[in-house]
Write a protein that binds this ligand. Structure first.
Ligand SMILES: Nc1nc2c(c(=O)[nH]1)N[C@H]1C(S)=C(S)[C@@H](COP(=O)(O)OP(=O)(O)OC[C@H]3O[C@@H](n4cnc5c(N)ncnc54)[C@H](O)[C@@H]3O)O[C@H]1N2
Ligand code: MOO
Length: 420
């Protein structure tokens, strides 16, 4: 068992080298990967019913083999294989081997026995014929087709051998991994405490849903979106609410966040404008790097340490906030939470669209796959929330891409690849 230790992050962990202007996406990701580490403690022996979505903190090895004994994959008849001289008949012995009720005796050479799916293969046999492929007449099994020795039988330990390592620390546990643990009798594992993620919206024009609004005000679309994202990724949500663009309000919210959370996601107020109070506050009281990432949308991204807590300052435009939360936030959160760094799996799919793109900047387009082609949303405007709801993933065009024609292979990253 190999638990990871937790040490505080360095204050300058997001610092960029002097003179850096546009950070390429890969470099930004590498910087996050190399500077972040788990910041949560380990919770020991948590039962299987409580671990869905949690991150495994210790390697797990199998206490027993799977399957634990040789058993039949089908309903039929067991005998000693191979079967080469056909047609032939084998006398059937009394009794049977059923799942949970094995035949304890030895099957004599040249004899066969009734066996059911999942039942232990009796001593003296190693091969099973499907009941559809044979006939029983006068206590004799009539066989017409040849069979290799071991056919339709599953060998003890063919899936997992006792003491095999079945899962490694850093794995996010899902229903499929839980099944593997249960199959070898592991009833509890060590997992990391859930990462506590604070979500804060900023902006004088932004009002929480449910409040009265005037024409120059907009509803807060980012916080409910990011709250749902945090919950769906399996983290503990700390809703830090919404604050106006006032230094004192922003500061108080960040202070609350740094007391209650392991990471704070903010949206808005990170570009260079007069009212970009998140950047200003982080600059005045923290260790901030305003990253201008060579990505569209989402050029401004603020990464900072505020009183010991990392802050990811997402751009205000909802599409940019979503793209940056997935592309940079999700892997960063995974590392802080004790998980493995992940590069979201993308698939090369023929484009069903054309596009001229300027080189030098990555672009992430809202996308979905239909009929083997990837479609992109009609508008690239980063305030167009309808494209978020329409999309099922993102197309990532790298810095060098320029001309996309129908049929050009492009990288489609389904939202599931980000852990959703
Ligand atoms: N001179 C420059 N201006 C801008 C640049 C730049 O590089 N130089 N970048 C542009 C880009 S790209 C983006 S994205 C935005 C990001 O700016 P901020 O993070 O400071 O965001 P705001 O200005 O606060 O808001 C941008 C936009 O998003 C709306 N918004 C903000 N919060 C929410 C919310 N919670 N729910 C829904 N919509 C929200 C806000 O009303 C603005 O329309 O800067 C560009 N400017
Ligand atoms: O981040 Mo801004 O919305 O690229 O477009």
């Amino acid at each position: 068992m190999n638990g990871k230790t937790t040490t505080p992050l360095r204050n300058d962990c997001f610092a960029l080298p002097p003179g850096v202007n546009w950070t390429p996406v890969e470099e930004a990701l590498e910087r996050l990967r190399s500077r972040l580490h788990p910041v949560v403690e380990v919770e020991h022996a948590v039962s299987l019913s409580q671990i869905n979505g949690r991150i495994l903190a210790s390697d797990v090895s199998a206490p027993r083999a799977h399957p634990p004994s040789n058993n039949s994959a089908v309903d039929g008849y067991a005998f000693a294989g191979p079967l080469t001289d056909v047609p032939c008949s084998l006398p059937l012995i009394e009794g049977r081997s059923a799942a949970g009720e094995p035949y304890m005796g030895n099957v004599p050479a040249g004899h066969a026995i009734r066996i059911l799916t999942g039942a232990v293969i009796p001593a003296g046999t190693d091969t099973v014929v499907l009941e559809e492929d044979c006939e029983v007449r006068d206590g004799q099994l009539q066989l017409n087709g040849t069979l290799k020795a071991g056919a339709n039988a599953r060998k003890a330990g063919e899936d997992i051998k006792a003491q095999d390592q079945i899962l490694t620390a850093g794995t996010r546990l899902t229903p499929t991994q839980i099944s593997v643990l249960a199959s070898v009798g592991v009833d509890s594992v060590d997992v990391y405490h859930r990462l506590r993620v604070g979500v804060l919206s900023t902006g004088d024009e932004v009002k929480p849903v449910g409040s009265a609004v005037t024409d120059w005000q907009i509803y807060d679309a980012n916080r409910p979106m990011l709250n749902a994202l945090v919950a769906q990724l399996g983290y503990e949500l700390v809703d830090l609410g919404h604050v106006l663009d006032r230094a004192e309000e922003v500061k108080a919210a960040l202070e609350r966040g740094s007391e209650q959370c392991d990471l704070i996601l903010t949206s808005g107020g990170v570009s260079a404008g007069d009212e970009d109070h998140v950047s200003k506050m982080l600059k005045a009281h923290g260790d901030i790097s305003n990253w201008r990432i060579a990505i569209k949308p989402g050029r401004p991204l603020a990464l900072a340490m505020f009183q010991g807590t990392p802050v990811v300052g997402l751009p205000g435009n909802p599409v940019a906030a979503w793209v940056c939360a997935l592309r940079f936030g999700a892997p960063a959160m995974a590392l802080l939470a004790g998980g493995n760094w992940f590069e979201p799996q993308g698939y090369l799919v023929p484009a069903g669209f054309s596009k001229n793109k300027k080189p030098g900047r990555s672009e992430m387009l809202r996308a979905r796959v239909r009929d083997g082609q990837v479609e992109v949303f009609g508008s690239e405007g980063s305030g167009r929330v309808t494209g978020l709801a329409w999309s099922e993933g993102l197309v990532e065009l790298d810095e060098s891409a320029q001309q996309i024609e129908p049929g050009t292979l492009v990288r489609f990253i389904p939202y599931g690849s980000f852990g959703l």
